[in-house]
Ligand binder design. Structure first.
Ligand SMILES: C[S@@+](CC[C@H](N)C(=O)[O-])C[C@H]1O[C@@H](n2cnc3c(N)ncnc32)[C@H](O)[C@@H]1O
Length: 171
């Protein structure tokens, strides 16, 4: 049995695109990524958290190493290209904006879908993905421990192309 997802994480989970790789960024307990792994409908699951103890624990708990990657780093410092579905949940909107900005500067954000569940600064988060590449898909509100949490879903508005490799960012 997988972890029981809260209503918020279940809503995020329901927006994951089947068949794609999943990025559980700022994963902490990793419940979202673990649920995706257990469903076996996603090609790969990446766990990212800057706390190395968290990543050590996940590494020892997760039994499907061949479909999994663990990154014990600040998400802003990621170097891998991000494809599939990316979730950043449970952190402040400031932090989410900084992470997205850094990925855009490095030209590594090529995900088909980005799901953002900020704990604050909703407006800031909405602005950070307002680029030519992403458009809003939906916004859902979920109540969690007496608080309203917003879940913003963005889809890539044009498919990723190899020409993107040659645009800004120098990668
Ligand atoms: C409250 S938990 C969120 C867990 C889960 N995503 C959720 O929504 O339930 C926040 C986690 O984000 C991690 N975190 C915060 N900023 C980060 C960053 N810039 N890069 C990587 N991890 C970060 C923290 O270490 C912590 O484990």
């Amino acid at each position: 049995m997988g972890p029981m997802l809260s209503a918020r994480l279940q809503t995020i989970y329901n927006f994951l695109l089947p068949g794609t790789e999943v990025w559980d960024v700022c994963c902490d307990h990793g419940y979202l990524g673990q649920a995706a792994l257990q469903a076996k409908t996603f090609s790969h699951v990446h766990f990212v958290d800057r706390v190395s103890n968290i990543m050590d624990r996940l590494r020892s708990e997760i039994l499907e190493p061949e479909c999994t990657n663990f990154y014990a780093i600040d998400a802003r410092a990621l170097q891998e290209k991000l494809y599939g579905t990316v979730s950043i949940a449970g952190v402040g909107g400031n932090q989410i904006s900084k992470i997205i900005e850094s990925w855009q500067q490095q030209n590594i954000l090529h995900a088909q879908r980005v799901i953002l569940a900020p704990q604050s600064h909703l407006g800031l988060v909405k602005n950070c993905l307002a680029s030519a590449d992403y458009q809003p898909h939906s916004q859902t509100m979920v109540q969690e421990r007496g608080r309203i949490r917003h879940i913003l879903v963005y889809d890539r508005s044009r498919p990723y192309s190899v020409n993107d490799e040659n645009t800004a960012g120098g990668r």
